[in-house]
Design a protein around this ligand. Structure first.
Ligand code: PCA
Length: 174
């Protein structure tokens, strides 16, 4: 009990101490179909940190019957992938793990990112050009054929590729 009280005090004094950086490259990005889930306070807190690009190349493919974006965990092939870094609290991290069916569909792992622009000024905003580590939902549990698919450097749910993201009725915005 004492330990719990102490932990609560530490967390309230240092709110950043229990935040985790997550890099999103797919439907969770701003203006993409699942962004609203990260902005829904019922799921926890998510704060934009910066735009960024993966340091290594990875194949970002669109696969499955729902045309879902997958970053395949095959560093060194594909392209350097653009996305957004968010700082999320424990509640949001647990929500995202559940939503991304981690660890069966995606696994959450750390990757290196090159920071582009952030909102600036903030004490916690990393500098443009610097490298930061963040979690990403990438996958090892892909079908071998997915390695033959076209790769993208930037995901757009309704882009020129024509592989429009299919929302399940019960998990999609109106
Ligand atoms: N959601 C996660 C992984 C793929 C997806 O659509 C993301 O946007 O990063």
């Amino acid at each position: 009990m004492k330990g719990f009280v102490l932990l609560s005090v530490i967390i309230s004094v240092f709110p950043a101490a229990h935040m985790t950086k997550v890099f999103v490259y797919g439907t969770l990005k701003k203006d993409q179909p699942n962004y609203f889930r990260m902005m829904d306070h019922a799921n926890g807190q998510a704060e934009f940190v910066a735009h960024a690009r993966t340091v290594d190349r990875y194949p970002l493919v669109i696969a499955s019957k729902y045309n879902t974006p997958f970053l395949l965990n095959v560093p060194g092939t594909g392209q350097r992938v653009h996305g957004e870094i968010y700082s999320v609290d424990q509640k949001m991290l647990e929500f995202l793990d559940d939503f991304e069916e981690c660890p069966s569909l995606y696994q959450r792992r750390l990757i290196w990112l090159e920071v582009h622009d952030g909102p600036g000024g903030g004490q916690h905003t990393p500098k443009a050009g610097s490298s930061v580590e963040a979690f990403v939902y990438s996958t090892d549990t892909y079908e071998p054929e997915w390695l033959q698919k076209p790769t993208y450097e930037r995901y757009e749910a309704y882009g020129d590729h024509g592989l429009h993201y299919v929302c399940l009725e019960d998990i999609c915005p109106e």
